[in-house]
Ligand binder design. Structure first.
Ligand code: COA
Length: 254
């Protein structure tokens, strides 16, 4: 079975992370599938709303760390950057249902979603510093805008998880529900949206984004250049090696 499931029903395209044995960590092939699905949905009249979902125990453990080690993304045409550009510029509403851990891009992609429904077990984290990396997905711009500088600095410098209730408080999440209900509630909301006039949804989303798109894409490019360099540097190599070897990283000489 595919690691990304794509399903279209009543105007709602649902993209499901389906690699639970590896905690829904995202490989280059999965990013490519997601990027293509979004690109194709822009002009597909059958798709009015998009939903991202995972499993009730795990949304996504972020980028596949083996991929980071063995085939780090390079350049703007790499699948991860195509996915990020496509989600950031997608004109129709995007929802996410998040239960369990949402690590790295599992959290930063949510800043490009319009509604987020969380299971009460959702744990959001952006541990880029702990991996010898820097923010991506324009999170260095969008996280402080949403949370305020100090909470953003705590989330991005400490990299520790924050739970669904804290995410609700800062506005990253619209609703907290039992984990078994998150996907269903997101589907209900998506179906409500899909029944509304598409042109109004698109214009409203565009106006809500307040002409910020160019700044978001520019910040993604800036972050991407640094991230791409840091992926190949000793701190990140030590962090990835430690994860694969199931040991604590040693940054004492870095
Ligand atoms: N990349 C590749 N494999 C991953 C992964 C990732 N990001 N996250 C988890 N896995 C794999 C583990 O290696 C393990 O594989 P194995 O069974 O072959 O040994 C399997 O998924 C289960 O992971 P495990 O760590 O045992 O599960 P857990 O429930 O104890 O912890 C997480 C879940 C998500 C908290 C933990 O897996 C984690 O922190 N993952 C890394 C997250 C990360 O740093 N992502 C990069 C962000 S930029």
């Amino acid at each position: 079975m595919s690691d990304i499931l794509r399903h279209v029903d009543n105007g709602v395209m649902t993209l499901t992370f389906n690699r639970v044995d590896k905690k829904n960590s995202i490989t280059a092939a999965m990013y490519a599938t997601l990027a293509d699905a979004l690109a194709q949905a822009v002009d597909d009249a059958n798709v009015r709303v998009v939903v991202f979902q995972g499993h009730e125990t795990i949304f996504s453990a972020g980028n596949d760390i083996g991929d980071f080690l063995n085939q780090p993304p390079s350049g703007k045409e790499s699948p991860v950057y195509r996915f990020l550009r496509n989600i950031a510029s997608f004109p129709k509403p995007i929802l996410a249902a998040v239960s369990g851990p949402a690590v790295g891009i599992g959290t930063t992609m949510l800043f490009h979603c319009d509604l987020v429904i969380a299971g009460d077990n959702a744990a959001f984290s952006m541990p880029f510093v702990n991996l010898g990396l820097c923010p991506e997905a324009a999170s260095s711009l969008l996280v402080p805008q949403m949370m305020g500088y100090h909470r953003a600095a705590e989330a991005l410098l400490m990299g520790e998880p924050f739970m669904a209730e804290a995410a609700l408080e800062v506005g990253l999440v619209n609703r907290v529900v039992p984990p078994t209900e998150a996907n269903g509630v997101a589907q209900q909301q998506a179906r409500k949206l899909a029944a509304k006039p598409l042109s109004s949804l698109i214009e409203t989303k565009r106006l809500l984004k307040g002409g910020q798109q160019a700044a978001v894409l520019q910040r993604m490019d800036e972050e991407g250049a640094v991230f791409g360099r840091m992926l190949r540097e000793p701190a990140a190599r030590e962090a990835f090696g430690a994860f694969m070897e199931k040991r604590k990283p040693d940054f004492s000489k870095l």
